[in-house]
Design a protein around this ligand. Structure first.
Ligand SMILES: O=C(O)CCC(=O)C(=O)O
Ligand SMILES: [Fe+2]
Length: 324
């Protein structure tokens, strides 16, 4: 075959299989809700992941949060450990390196993290936050980022509801007392390259939906429907939003909770820290995760038995080592 034909064929495959998660500008929803909801549904049915732009979260707010994170994780481990708590599922405060292991993984992930969660004195299942006094900017930075991501999560949930032929406020009464967790993640420099561990082994997120303030460092990869690992390269400032296992169950798998991982960088890049900040949105504990009837049909028969959000969460947190 002549070289120009091979080049032409290669070019065609490049364009017909766009191998990158889609990006959606959420301000398009206000301009044309129906068209946006259709594009949104198509993106999530195919990928379970999309980048969100037009979200109104200022770059300075994100910068301040990453700076506070770097300052905290640079503290000696005995100081950081003062902020470990006994909140169920380690849902508040510091969680040391080597604690979490992806379901079915053989080795622990290469990360330490800090959980900041929803506070509501009227809801007994939501623990109080703890704040490191050593980093004066920490509390204000993460309270403000939490509030902004919570608002965005509500906007995104209303588009999910519309794309499932539900009223736009369907999820409101199902998440108002629900846990939401900001997970401030630090993947320390890797000094021993012979280790079998990954920064984060392949996993699916347990919750309803995740908003990820993505890292400036490479490493995040998403498993496509075709079975290949797609490195995520995002325009700076994009917030990644992905479906979690709870939304996958509710939609009987119609919206997939896509497997993803964080791979170790090669060469000098391995010697740099990596930071990222996912926000995990959970339903109220008593919310049923039974599949929605409109997602069950002859082509897509019922895949999951009914359960509640709290039952399911407990089972999953045991699998990843966050509950004994
Ligand atoms: O660090 C990242 O980019 C992704 C983190 C992640 O997938 C998680 O914590 O569930
Ligand atoms: Fe994840």
């Amino acid at each position: 075959m002549p070289v120009y034909v091979i080049l032409w064929l290669l070019n065609c495959t490049r364009f017909t299989h766009m191998n990158q998660i889609p990006t959606l500008d959420i301000t398009d929803f206000e301009r044309d809700p129906d068209t946006f909801t259709q594009a949104f549904k198509a993106a999530y049915t195919e990928w379970g992941f999309a980048g969100i732009t037009g979200h109104n979260i200022e770059p300075e707010q994100i910068r301040a949060a990453f700076d506070a994170a770097a300052d905290f994780f640079a503290l000696p481990v005995d100081i950081k450990s003062k902020y470990e708590t006994d909140a169920a599922g380690r849902a508040r405060g510091y969680v040391p390196f080597g604690t979490e292991k992806a379901k079915d993984a053989q080795h622990a992930d290469l990360k330490e993290f800090y959980h900041v969660g929803r506070e509501n004195p009227a809801a007994a299942h939501l623990a109080d936050n703890v704040w490191p006094s050593e980093i004066p900017t920490f509390r204000a930075s993460f309270e403000s980022l939490f509030a902004s991501l919570d608002t965005l999560a509500h906007r995104v949930l209303s588009v999910f509801a519309l794309s499932l032929d539900l009223p736009h406020d369907y999820f409101e009464s199902r998440v108002d007392q629900g846990e939401a967790l900001l997970r401030i993640l630090h993947y320390p420099p890797i000094t021993d390259t012979e280790i079998p561990n990954l920064r984060a082994a392949a996993h699916e997120d347990i919750n309803l939906l995740t908003l990820l303030v993505g890292s400036e460092q490479d490493g995040l990869e998403v498993l496509s429907r075709r079975g290949d690992w797609v490195p995520i390269s995002m325009i700076k400032g994009t917030i990644i939003c992905n479906v979690g296992d709870m939304l996958q169950r509710l939609t009987n798998g119609m919206l997939p909770s896509t497997t993803h991982r964080v791979v170790n960088p090669q060469g000098d890049k391995a010697r740099a820290s990596r930071y990222s900040i996912p926000f995990f949105m959970h339903p109220n504990p008593d919310t049923s995760l039974a599949c929605l009837p409109q997602c069950v049909n002859a082509e897509n028969p019922l895949r999951y038995p009914p359960t509640t959000a709290s039952e399911y969460l407990n089972e999953r947190l045991k699998q990843i080592g966050l509950i004994k």
